[in-house]
Design a protein around this ligand. Structure first.
Ligand SMILES: *Cc1c(COP(=O)(O)O)cnc(C)c1O
Length: 401
């Protein structure tokens, strides 16, 4: 048995690793959200350390996370079905709420069928492991979401990354492969940069070289909410596999893969991250059904975010801030070094604004940033308040060269 000294070397090693993170300004801290300001819409007015803040770092782009109708659908379904699903989908976890949500999601993205996953991370794992075998190839954009990159690595297939947005390099890598299924995986909207993948060019490369194209689109862009595919005019033929996450614009939790009947059936049969895990609680599916109806029927939410994006970009440009080329609700301001981004985040927080500093390894070294996200739950005056606060930052930080 341990005499109390055995564990010392383990603690020392763990501490040394944590200390190294702190020394590089890479230590992360979780903020405890203690509540939300009474009567405020969405999730952009959290209370942290007893203080009411205005948040520009959540993913509740359409302001649905705390919508009363979504919450009521959740509560009513919890009363009816209980808190959990009780089993995996293939055993006894697949409830009427899941089934109806799958049908409604398929209709929304105009594809024959959709299957629910518990998270986007798990849906992405399923893509890379189900569609290509160990003798296959997975190609990914260098700046894809971590879950897609992990999926590629874990798939056991030959895994390569092409330069950000570089469809030509993707085509060259596809042409150079010697046999085996190939899968090109890309974010629709890149989650840390806010730019959009060159889907028509990737679709062309995949058609030429007989490869699958799968797009992970977590953001409901476009007039209809059809995302990057709608904005770029891509068809089901161009992008046969579509992944959507439900924890962001939809304000709830979970994810789905949509495509042909055979594609979805193969996931149901073989995707390990589908088969070997507990189904989402049915109440979560019910809440998402309510959220989906609002995404579909309340286009003003998308219009409002788009107006905030335009207002923010015009204001930030006149302040000379280093913006990226993003027309999406994700509006990063690049600072470079982690310490500078962190100092900017702290300075904003002193003014009651919550904006996360994003540092490596989430983003490449030298591109630490404030990741500003806008939401339909923001008011125009909130955007102006953010711009005022950014204007007051020390000149050295966050300015274009
Ligand atoms: C957030 C996100 C994910 C992860 O989805 P979760 O449901 O949070 O696991 C995957 N891909 C992209 C592009 C994302 O933005």
């Amino acid at each position: 048995m341990s005499d109390g000294h055995d564990g010392d070397w383990r603690e020392a090693r763990l501490r040394a690793r944590l200390d190294a993170l702190r020394a590089q300004d890479l230590e992360r801290r979780r903020r405890v959200i203690e509540g939300y300001v009474d009567g405020a819409p969405g999730s952009v007015h959290p209370v942290v350390d007893g203080r009411e803040l205005l948040s520009f770092c959540g993913n509740d782009y359409l302001g649905l996370a705390r919508d009363a109708r979504v919450a009521e659908a959740f509560a009513a379904a919890a009363r009816r079905w209980g808190a959990g699903s009780g089993a995996s989908h293939l055993v006894t976890g697949h409830h009427a709420e899941h089934h109806a949500l799958e049908e409604e999601l398929a209709a929304f993205v105009q594809r024959p069928r959709a299957v629910l996953f518990s998270t986007g991370y798990m849906a992405n794992l399923a893509l890379a492991t189900t569609l290509v075998g160990r003798d296959g190839h997975v190609l990914e954009d260098r700046l894809n979401h971590a879950s897609l990159l992990d999926a590629g690595r874990l798939s056991g297939s030959t895994f390569a990354r092409y330069a950000h947005l570089d469809a030509d390099e993707a085509a060259r890598l596809l042409a150079a492969r010697n046999g085996g299924e190939a899968l090109v995986l890309t974010d629709g909207v890149f989650s840390m940069d806010g730019d959009v993948a060159p889907l028509p060019a990737l679709a062309q490369a995949c058609a030429t070289h007989r490869a699958w194209l799968a797009v992970d689109d977590a953001h409901v862009l476009g007039a209809r909410g059809g995302g990057a595919l709608e904005v770029l005019g891509c068809t089901v033929h161009d992008v046969p596999v579509l992944v959507g996450t439900l924890g962001k614009a939809f304000g709830t939790f979970g994810a789905f893969v949509a495509g042909s009947d055979a594609l979805v059936e193969l996931f149901v049969q073989r995707a390990r991250s589908y088969v070997y895990t507990t189904a989402l609680p049915p109440a979560v599916a019910a809440a998402t059904r309510a959220a989906l109806a609002l995404v579909r029927d309340e286009p003003w939410r998308r219009e409002r975010v788009a107006a905030h994006v335009a207002r923010f970009r015009a204001g930030a440009r006149s302040l000379g801030l280093a913006l990226l080329d993003s027309q999406t609700p994700i509006q990063p301001v690049i600072f470079g070094e982690p310490a500078t981004a962190l100092a900017a985040s702290e300075a904003l927080r002193e003014r009651g604004l919550l904006v996360a500093a994003i540092r490596p390894p989430t983003v490449p070294a030298g591109s630490a940033r404030l990741r500003i996200t806008l939401s339909a739950a923001h008011a125009e005056s909130d955007v102006d308040r953010l711009l005022d606060a950014l204007a007051s930052l020390p000149r050295a930080s966050g300015r274009a060269a």
